[in-house]
Design a protein around this ligand. Structure first.
Ligand SMILES: *Cc1c(COP(=O)(O)O)cnc(C)c1O
Length: 390
């Protein structure tokens, strides 16, 4: 029986050739390829500045530092996200303040933000969960009225779009102050691991560039190319959050494919939508009229009474890989300590999403037939279970 994985990156000889070129050039870490990838990425999303880093978690860390988050500050975000969102806040010694997600969808409920704000609130991180843009217009409106910077966790949202002041724009322009992207293989395009920060603020961009390379006053490429001896200095503590030129070369090839990748993913999502019988009771993801998802993941809600784990096992037994819905960080042991976080609202939608949803396979190479196989296997899954587990 053929296996249907939950995700699969799109990589071939084009990426191999790109890496080969870099290896033979003799310059393999952050250098000309990173610079070119940044320029192309900035162009693609329509941002003034793009700065490449080692992954999205380090991007979030630098974004929080840039807007001035330090020990004891509070940052409002969702618990219902990959744990890196909340962890980045804790790297700063700050406290994640969790609010619930909306009833429909998996993004922050803007109505809950205002009540979570305190004099210590220094930033809001909103997540474009699973590639679906969050309600940025309302998040940004509240944040600017209260003078709080907005950082977009756009880890999953490369290629997603939002209708903004009368036209479609790419996530990452950015519409908040800073947007952070991931190029992990589970995302829509990949560099193995990798991340990107976009911003309109040149001062933030300058800080990202300094901090990602140990806060070294002169970067390696400049020193390498100089005809004069240069002594560098280290005015503050920085990090090694660099992307390598090997990764950037792959990223440049991935970026060229991105429009095709998003188009195919949107086609597959539409096919899923048509394959489910309304009578099945399976809840399909909702795309608001002002959002165009890249469908990084297609996450469905199981009908009442269906056991998540048993259904996932029944599908796996039939060669279909799925994942449970997104986790809730505040339930993990890493968040058990007092002072590690604050839960500012009810969490019923976040809990329901974790326990009642599953992520279905969706990848560019997936065939139309595989989509209908998955849909029919899921709709008939309870038939395969013992009555007690349904
Ligand atoms: C994947 C992911 C991250 C972390 O990205 P890395 O590049 O793996 O560090 C952060 N936030 C969200 C919402 C993610 O899905």
């Amino acid at each position: 029986m053929s296996q249907i994985p939950v995700a699969k990156p799109v990589l071939d000889e084009r990426e191999v050739e790109a890496v080969r070129r870099v290896i033979l050039s003799g310059w393999v870490t952050q250098g000309p390829e990173v610079a070119a990838f940044e320029e192309e990425f900035a162009d693609f999303v329509g941002a003034a500045h793009a700065c490449a880093v080692s992954n999205c978690t380090t991007a979030l860390h630098l974004a929080l530092m840039a807007v001035g988050v330090t020990a004891g500050d509070e940052v409002i975000t969702v618990s219902h996200s990959f744990i890196a969102t909340a962890n980045a806040i804790r790297y700063c010694g700050a406290v994640p303040v969790f609010v619930d997600i909306e009833r429909e969808g998996f993004n922050i409920d803007p109505d809950l933000i205002e009540s979570a704000i305190t004099p210590r609130t220094k930033a809001i991180i909103c997540v474009h969960q699973l590639g679906m843009p969050c309600d940025l217009r309302r998040v940004v409106e509240i944040a600017s009225r209260r003078s709080i910077p907005v950082i977009e966790d756009a880890a999953c949202a490369t290629g997603s779009e939002i209708f903004w002041k009368g036209r479609w724009e790419k996530i990452g322009k950015p519409h908040g102050d800073i947007a952070c992207f991931s190029f992990h293989p589970r995302k829509v395009v990949t560099t193995g691991d990798g991340g990107m920060l976009t911003t309109a603020n040149p001062e933030y961009d300058r800080k990202f560039r300094l901090w990602r390379q140990h806060s070294m006053s002169v970067n390696d490429t400049v020193r390498h190319g100089s005809r004069q001896v240069i002594y560098e200095s280290y005015p503050e503590v920085g990090y090694n959050y660099r992307m390598t030129d090997l990764q950037a070369a792959v990223g440049r090839e991935q970026l060229k494919r991105l429009p095709e990748i998003v188009a195919r993913r949107r086609e597959l999502a539409e096919m899923y939508r048509r394959s489910f019988d309304a009578a099945s009771g399976i809840g399909l993801p909702i795309e608001p009229s002002w959002a165009r998802s890249n469908w990084q993941s297609f996450c469905v809600e199981l009908p009442n009474g269906w056991d998540q784990r048993a259904i996932m096992q029944a599908l796996l037994d039939r060669g279909i890989s799925t994942r449970r819905g997104i986790m809730n960080s505040h339930l993990e042991q890493a968040y058990a300590g007092t002072g590690s976080h604050r839960v500012a609202t009810g969490m019923q939608n976040s809990l329901r999403a974790q326990d009642r949803t599953i992520i279905l396979p969706l990848f560019v190479q997936m065939t139309d037939v595989e989509v209908s196989q998955v849909a029919s296997a899921l709709q008939s899954a309870p038939v395969y279970l013992e009555p007690a587990t349904v």
